[in-house]
Design a protein around this ligand. Structure first.
Ligand SMILES: [Zn+2]
Ligand SMILES: [Zn+2]
Length: 327
């Protein structure tokens, strides 16, 4: 299902100028405004509303509209594999106890409570397939089950996977005193209301296939928290991890704005159209004139006079001399 992308008419500057606490964000790739909590997905090549992550298994982004479906899907897989593991473990337990009872029986110690209420497996291949399915179910349970718990933990705090990564960086920055401790995550409304934001207001209907609450552009915030999120300091840190350069350094950096590193690490200058035109009109003189004549460069073998020589009347000796001289 579509994870939800930026609405065509979304313009936070025009419409939400009064409501918007946050400075509008701009997506360089979409050339459009980016709603709060949205992120640009380089695989889908568009901005995804309240993006969680791009899922390579589903070949789709998980965002505002399909996030609850995704969690219900993970929950179903975890439940089904738990159920499967339980059934098969019971079956294996029956097989073992059947063998024990048979041993008792054949030793002559007749057990009158001997009561078989199942079809035991007998062949090696049946036992092998039982074990195989147990391993598959355990692997599923281990991977998807952990992901389910992880996602539920995120839902309880109303953070997306991307936001939780951002939050780790922001917490580190708070510890280093780069961000004031008062700045808090504004979307956390308390566990129950966070679950409502994801699965809807009515708890009995949480398992029903519905998209999450709201339009994915406006989000309910804790009224006590005034700060924007992520804090500006975080964006500055992302842009300048080693601190913002001084005015002089910035001017120096601007001089190299049109320079980049080539694939082999050389500094490559990207020319402006004016510079390119100047180069075409005034090409730099080549330092070394190449005199090498390629053996496949047939035209250069015959100058105009030589073409005259190269006639039927030319003697074989003269022709050989001429070719040796050219070489
Ligand atoms: Zn974008
Ligand atoms: Zn994507």
């Amino acid at each position: 299902m579509d994870p939800g992308s930026t609405p065509k008419n979304y313009d936070p500057v025009k419409k939400d100028a009064t409501k918007q606490k946050q400075k509008p964000r701009w997506c360089k790739d979409c050339l459009a405004y980016k709603p709060p909590r949205a992120h640009h997905c380089s695989v889908c090549n568009k901005c995804i509303l309240r993006m969680d992550h791009h899922c390579p298994w589903l070949n789709n982004c998980i965002g505002h509209k399909n996030h609850p479906h995704f969690i219900r899907f993970l929950g179903s897989v975890s439940f089904a594999s738990t159920y499967g593991v339980a059934l098969i473990c019971m079956r294996i337990w029956y097989v073992i106890s059947y063998q024990n009872q048979m041993n008792t029986y054949f030793r002559g110690q007749v057990d009158y409570k001997f009561n078989v209420h199942y079809t035991p497996v007998f062949t090696d291949s049946q036992i092998f397939s039982l074990l195989f399915v147990v391993i598959v179910f355990f692997a599923l349970l281990f991977t998807v089950g952990i992901l389910t718990l992880w996602q539920l933990w995120y839902v309880s705090r109303n953070v997306s996977t991307i936001e939780s990564f951002e939050m780790n960086t922001i917490d580190d920055m708070k510890r280093r005193g780069q961000i004031p401790k008062e700045k808090r995550f504004p979307y956390d409304l308390g566990v129950y209301r966070n679950f409502q934001a994801m699965f809807g207001d009515n708890m009995p209907f949480w398992w029903f296939p519905k998209t999450s609450k709201g339009d994915g552009v406006h989000f309910e915030v804790d009224p006590e928290i005034e700060n924007e999120w992520p804090p500006r300091e975080y964006y500055l840190y992302k842009k300048y991890p080693n601190g913002k350069p001084s005015k002089a350094d910035q001017a120096e950096l601007r001089r190299y704005k049109h320079h980049r590193r080539g694939s082999e690490g050389y500094l490559v200058k990207q020319l402006t159209p004016e510079e390119r035109e100047a180069l075409v009109n005034n090409p730099p003189k080549q330092a070394v004139e190449e005199e090498y004549i390629s053996s496949t460069d047939y035209d250069s073998l015959y100058s105009e006079e030589e073409v005259e020589e190269n006639s039927d009347e030319e003697s074989l000796m003269a022709r050989q001399r001429r070719i040796t001289k050219t070489e």
